[in-house]
Ligand binder design. Structure first.
Ligand SMILES: Cc1cc2nc3c(=O)[nH]c(=O)nc-3n(C[C@H](O)[C@H](O)[C@H](O)COP(=O)(O)O)c2cc1C
Length: 375
């Protein structure tokens, strides 16, 4: 790793560095879906988020670090953490566009705050990521190298870009073969801990868009018969979301009265993130009622995609609610949300930071009630 040598600002002695034990690279790549949510102990969650923010800001402001999106570098999931009473170390993903790197950040605890001591960063996928990190010899007083342009360190071809998800998937498969237990336990924890979220914090976190892109990528890895890839994802901006909220309020008011409509409008307008998932219609003209028809299989594939998407967001600390209702199937919904005519709605997904996470639904059939063994 190249040391970025972020100069400590504090006059106190630098505490000893906690020992990080990051997982091997293939496991990290597999962890793109499964590991992230579990790597920081609960007591360090807030400090860990603060340290990532500090590191992200240092990376964005360092002219020697360039990625495809330059100043858009985002700190992502944590692979490993280590803490002492005086210090915190994190090993986490950073992302610029489709390019990944990993970062080690070391900070001293100062009361309720943190002082960044140093940062290290390195590529995770040499074929598709170019990070310019010329060592800076500040101690020797050497002049810093001329800063590269914001995009010069990020020459990723379209071919390399399209290879990146496949490479990550292949690495994930290798990781599972070499260490099925490690990623398996984390994956299971993630599957079981996802909940439908009803109350979101009002604002999306700074890194939500990178998390959403990762989630859509995960969605596109869902199974789909005859490789039809029937899913589409429509990210609604404030104007489109408001049109949908108002249409819904109108429908609710018509069926349950003005007061109910107004209450619904107020609640829906508070949803921080809006994604409408659709299925490209047609299915070879088959009906959804035909169990072997392409239309039904495409809808099934879209539902798998939604689940992948929700799990990926969950891994990145974002909650979701999959909602369907009269508004989705109203003739005016497509225009309100901006959907093309040849797609139909699978669901609206609200996403954001959970304000509260509900317990698992009380009524849940046990394994013995649903697993029927046949001789
Ligand atoms: C196709 C589909 C549509 C759903 N629509 C709604 C909805 O309109 N309103 C709602 O509160 N929950 C909706 N849900 C979420 C379920 O209520 C939720 O998954 C269920 O209560 C189990 O909770 P859990 O997701 O936390 O395990 C929907 C789920 C699916 C799969």
């Amino acid at each position: 790793m190249h040391a970025l040598a972020v100069t400590p600002l504090f006059a106190l002695a630098v505490p000893s560095r906690p020992v990080l034990k990051p997982p091997p690279l293939p496991v990290k790549l597999a962890g793109g879906l499964f590991l992230f949510a579990t790597s920081v102990p609960a007591a360090e969650k807030q400090r860990s988020a603060d340290l990532q923010r500090l590191a992200q800001s240092a990376l964005r402001n360092d002219p020697r670090v360039t990625m495809e999106l330059g100043p858009g570098i985002e700190a992502g999931g944590v692979f490993a953490s280590a803490a002492t009473p005086d210090a915190l170390c994190l090993n986490f993903q950073v992302q610029g566009g489709n390019a990944w790197a990993e970062c080690n950040a070391f900070a001293a605890k100062t009361g309720d705050g943190l002082e960044l001591v140093d940062l290290e960063i390195r590529m995770m996928d040499g074929a598709s990521l170019s990070v310019d990190l010329r060592p800076r010899d500040a101690a020797a007083g050497a002049p810093p190298p001329p800063p590269p342009s914001r995009t010069s360190g990020a020459s990723m071809s379209a071919a390399a870009r399209s290879r990146a998800p496949r490479m990550a998937a292949a690495a994930a498969a290798d990781a599972r073969r070499s260490s099925p237990g490690a990623s398996g336990a984390a994956a299971r924890e993630l599957l079981l801990s996802r909940r439908t979220i009803n109350d979101f914090e009002p604002e999306l976190p700074a890194d939500w868009e990178a998390a959403l892109v990762r989630a859509v990528e995960a969605a596109t890895f869902a199974p789909n018969h005859k490789r039809t890839e029937p899913w589409r994802f429509h990210l609604l901006g404030p104007a489109a979301a408001r049109r949908v909220c108002e249409l819904n309020a109108e429908l609710v008011a018509a069926s349950k009265g003005e007061a109910a409509g107004a209450k619904k409008l107020e609640r829906w307008l508070r949803m921080p993130g809006w994604l409408v998932v659709t299925c490209v219609g047609g299915g070879g003209g088959a009906s959804l009622d035909d169990p072997a028809g392409a239309a039904r299989e495409d809808y099934a594939a879209c539902c798998c995609a939604v689940q992948n998407l929700c799990l990926s967001l969950h891994a990145d600390g974002l909650g979701t609610k999959w909602t369907t209702g009269a508004v989705n199937f109203d003739a005016r919904f497509g225009a309100a949300a901006g959907l093309p005519d040849d797609e139909y709605v699978v669901g609206t997904l609200w996403f954001g930071r959970a304000a509260t996470t509900p317990p698992p639904p009380a009524k849940r059939l046990g394994v013995e009630e649903v697993l029927r063994r046949h001789a």
